[in-house]
Design a protein around this ligand. Structure first.
Ligand SMILES: [Zn+2]
Ligand SMILES: [Zn+2]
Length: 235
């Protein structure tokens, strides 16, 4: 459909069935980033400098955690704090199957983080979802986000470069310490990653355990540089 016709069709549909924001359930209106309304989009608590260069935590250039023990990845960035409308949007995306949210949430990641990314990113790799969870949900949220990020950055998506090699419990059911053991050695990366600068994408950075396990797999496969990008960061 040509752009003008598509825009007109959207406008007509909006009159008949007004599009409602999945977070606040109001009409989308001005500043909308479909399917998010302009109000929720603007209220996202974006993370701006200063932040920890190693893990993306708002605060000094090296946080206490990263000072105590270097991270396995080379750098990590998150677009915004995991709170308010972003937390609700991620919940609707994952558990309410609102797949269309991948677009504004992926855009948030790129718009907030792309300018500060090192040069030479070869590809984007989503964190693989546990097989049972993907079957239940029908999709992997990290993959949808990674697709959008790859498109916006103009680099290829490599969804098979990191795979799960054993089952794990949902991280959300576990304590912070138990999360590290749960995912230790749970991933394997493709030899194709050797010598590449890889960007790993996920929805939320909580303890960083899953991201660290994926990064370790990529390191073992010989990746040259590994960055981690998440839409949200638990602060
Ligand atoms: Zn809203
Ligand atoms: Zn840090």
């Amino acid at each position: 459909m040509p752009g003008g016709v598509a825009a007109l069709a959207t406008a007509v549909l909006d009159l008949v069935f007004p599009a409602l924001c999945p977070v606040c359930e109001t009409r989308l209106g001005a500043g909308r980033r479909d399917p998010l309304c302009g109000g929720c989009w603007d209220a996202i608590a974006r993370i701006a400098p200063p932040y920890c260069d190693a893990c993306g935590m708002p605060g000094p250039p090296c946080c206490a955690r990263c000072a105590a023990e270097p991270r396995v990845w080379d750098y990590a960035r998150s677009a915004a704090r995991y709170e308010g409308p972003l937390r609700e949007a991620l919940h609707a995306f994952k558990f309410g199957a609102r797949r269309a949210l991948a677009r504004p949430l992926g855009d948030l990641l790129v718009e907030q983080c792309a300018a500060a990314l090192p040069q030479g990113v070869a590809c984007v790799v989503p964190v693989p979802l546990a097989w049972e969870r993907e079957r239940e949900r029908g999709f992997n949220q990290a993959r949808l986000l990674a697709e959008r990020v790859a498109t916006r950055l103009g680099v290829p998506l490599r969804p098979r470069w990191v795979a799960r090699v054993r089952t794990t419990q949902p991280q959300s059911d576990l304590s912070a310490e138990a999360r590290w053991a749960n995912v230790l050695g749970a991933f394997r990366a493709s030899a194709a990653a050797a010598g590449r600068h890889v960007l790993v994408v996920d929805d939320v950075f909580t303890t960083g355990a899953t991201l660290a396990a994926c990064t370790r797999a990529l390191r073992d496969a010989g990746a040259a540089r590994i960055g981690v990008l998440t839409v949200a960061r638990v602060v």
